[in-house]
Design a protein around this ligand. Structure first.
Ligand code: C5J
Length: 304
């Protein structure tokens, strides 16, 4: 019988604690060797390239663990210039070669007067204020040659991907799949399901059709981003507390850093918008960073 103080337990085999300590010591040595090798490689690359901004990146990496993580993961790719921009809870370091813009659900049925959102009694002007900042950002983003992706919430015409629970929740007389003011509600191929003309995807910009609130659920978004070595997402769109928040949380669990732009996301409910942003940046950025499109557009102008 072993009591709460450990009396009665069999004696620890001689040398067992030494063995554990030795193992921990070896792990620590191996880790620092890997780290050192990454740093030496980075320094060598910088000398070869002869680029001052690369050496700046190396020096920054030496003092900033966040940058060091990227330098270890992909030493060659992290050579290009990174740009710090004002954000909360602290500055966001944009790495253009690892960053994509993800615009969530800027669909006609959510944003346009006469659409499904307004039919439910929502004030679409709360969402429409995000159109112009998103348009300006998308223009600057494309001009900088960076990748943009768009999402649309909706279902197959046969509704086979619509969970019955989602169909009936809300007890509304008109639900997903029924005839709405701009075609069948949240059904792919219908006019209301499409993206508003102001932010229409350019050829080559992936459009992710998602059946859920989160953009990673039941889509190929994660593999598309991995193929392009994306590690950071600038997330904009609607609505702040529903599809934007869900996507940011999903992205966070998959290892992405997310920057959300407060003027480029919106909700029918201003208080949910404010809280949705607070939830992202709370506790030292538990899900990511919050900034403004002006700060990002300014940063984009610094990309050579
Ligand atoms: C989005 C919703 N896009 N609120 N959908 O947030 O149902």
């Amino acid at each position: 019988m072993i009591d709460a103080n450990g009396a009665g337990a069999p004696p620890i085999a001689a040398g067992a604690s030494y063995f554990a300590e030795e193992q921990a010591r070896r792990v620590a040595i191996t880790t620092s060797l890997i780290e050192a090798r990454g740093m030496i490689f980075a320094w060598g690359m910088s000398r070869q390239a002869g680029a001052e901004d690369v050496r700046h990146e190396f020096r920054a990496a030496a003092i900033d663990p966040h940058r060091r993580l990227y330098a270890q993961e992909t030493p060659a790719l992290s050579m290009s210039k990174s740009i710090d921009l004002a954000a909360e809870p602290y500055e966001f370091t944009l790495r253009p070669e690892h960053c994509a813009l993800l615009i969530i659900d800027m669909q006609r049925d959510f944003l346009e007067p006469g659409g499904f959102g307004e039919m439910l009694g929502n004030d679409v002007s709360q969402l429409r204020r995000t159109i112009e900042p998103n348009r300006r950002l998308l223009e600057a983003w494309r001009a900088a040659g960076l990748p943009a992706l768009h999402t649309r919430e909706g279902h197959r015409p046969d509704l086979s991907d619509l969970p019955p629970a989602k169909k009936v929740r809300g007890r509304s007389a008109t639900t997903i799949g029924d005839a709405g003011p701009m075609g069948r509600i949240l059904v792919r191929g219908e006019a209301g399901h499409d993206i508003i003309p102001e932010l229409y995807p350019a050829p080559g910009e992936p459009v992710i059709d998602k059946p859920g609130k989160g953009a990673f659920h039941a889509t190929d978004l994660h593999s598309i981003l991995q193929h392009r070595d994306v590690k950071q997402l600038v997330v904009t769109g609607v609505t702040t507390e529903v599809c934007v928040n869900t996507t940011v949380r999903e992205a966070n669990d998959r290892g992405y850093d997310c920057l959300v732009l407060e003027d480029c996301v919106g909700s029918y409910f201003p208080e949910f918008h404010a809280m949705g942003l607070k939830m992202i940046k709370a506790q030292g950025g538990i899900f990511g960073w919050v900034s403004h499109s002006d700060a990002l557009i300014k940063a984009l102008a610094a990309i050579p």
